[in-house]
Design a protein around this ligand. Sequence first.
Ligand code: FES
Length: 99
Amino acid sequence: MSEGSPIIRFYRGSAIIGTAPADPETPLVEIAEHAGVTIPTSCTSGNCGTCLVRLVRGTVELPEELPPGLDEDLVADGGILTCCLYTSGSCDIDVIPPL
Ligand code: FES
């Protein structure tokens, strides 16, 4: 990997638990798997919110219409659904979802 390639870092609170290269074609939950981090999923289609985590730094593309598992309050707290969202840039993600 060349220096400066985008990378996703996974945290549990303040402890880093894994890193993997960013890939805009791969949902974040699979990137987590590449990093050795298991994020629970259920519907895998943006409906249930099981795969909710918190985006600490970086940008994740949100669809114009939020998936049913997300709402504006969660988004304001950094909430993202890893089963159906993607990013091409570096991000820090806390696997502990927003309360
Ligand atoms: S697994 Fe259901 S919203 Fe992601």
